[in-house]
Design a protein. Structure first.
Length: 304
């Protein structure tokens, strides 16, 4: 390792053209400057200056060393400036259900990046059940996912949708296109149909919203989506019972990254109603920036 002090002294002698002037600029004794240059020469194993009674000149190795010295000191200065500037930095492990991504996620995350350019995001898109489990295990810092009930950042009606012209056959089980278990919308769809005595069958299962959209568009069955994320090309299916609404909840786990995670949570909460693209269904009051992560955890009611 080369001591940066030795490099700065070496460059000062090179720029000043002599040991006396370099000592004056550095506020050191000439003997100290000479000792530091000699230590650097001993360290690299070559002579850096040609000295005589009238002048001091860089050798060939000395010319080469000036480039290395400036580069090393520049990197050190850049590192010190980076960590000295104000603002948050670090990494936030953010887990989201896919419904958030098809909303205005790009706008929310873009504004967060503009406000906190030194914070890196690690984005995980999975079923809500998986996200909540990973949060509890400490694998994630912040999660925006669904829950069947409870207070959250948004409550969205659920809508039965199908391909244009789809007419379920009378007397036949209703074909469904759903997320796999465990899933909020799947559990709600099945419980709603059971309560009303409607027979059903699973026509297609997909873990991704894009897969569900294609299956419903192909006429494989009826889907159930949050109203704000109904894919284009699908239309409401009349005659089916009201499935109610679903809640999007923002949860966090205390960690060393808490400050950065809280900043991201605040950015999401500041745009919570714009995520749905409509007026809030009820006055939000003054909710906590991060809803209580200790709300009841119902295995069948959390997930995509």
């Amino acid at each position: 390792m080369i001591d940066p002090v030795l490099l700065r002294t070496f460059l000062s002698v090179s720029e000043a053209g002599g040991f006396s002037e370099a000592a004056r600029r550095l506020g050191l004794g000439q003997s100290t400057v000479s000792q530091q240059v000699r230590r650097l020469e001993d360290l690299v194993g070559c002579v850096l200056f040609e000295r005589d009674t009238h002048s001091v000149r860089l050798t060939g190795d000395g010319e080469t060393m000036t480039g290395f010295a400036r580069g090393i000191l520049d990197q050190q200065d850049r590192a010190l400036r980076y960590f000295a500037r104000p603002g948050l930095r670090g990494r936030v492990r953010f887990g989201v259900c896919e419904d958030f991504l098809v909303g205005q996620a790009a706008d929310v995350l873009g504004r967060f990046r503009g406000a906190h350019p030194d914070v890196d995001l690690e984005l995980s898109v999975e079923l809500s059940e998986v996200l909540h489990a990973r949060l509890a295990e400490g694998d994630l810092d912040l999660v925006l996912a669904k829950r069947d009930t409870g207070r959250g950042v948004r409550r969205d009606p659920l809508v039965w949708v199908g391909a244009p012209g789809l007419e379920p056959a009378p007397g036949e089980p209703l074909p469904l296109v759903l997320y796999p278990e465990p899933s909020v919308t799947r559990a709600r769809a099945l419980s709603t149909l059971r309560r009303h005595g409607i027979q059903w069958r699973i026509g297609c299962v997909s873990e991704r919203l894009s897969g569900l959209r294609v299956a419903v568009q192909a006429g494989l069955g009826v889907g159930l989506f949050a109203a704000s994320v109904v894919p284009e090309g699908l239309v409401p299916v009349e005659g089916l019972p009201d499935p109610g609404a679903v809640t999007f909840v923002l949860s966090h786990r205390g960690s060393a990254r808490r400050e950065s995670a809280t900043a991201l949570a605040e950015a999401i909460l500041s745009a919570r109603w714009s995520l749905a693209g409509r007026t809030p269904p009820e006055a939000p009051g003054a909710p906590s920036p991060l809803p209580d992560p200790s709300l009841p955890r119902d295995t069948a009611s959390r997930a995509k």
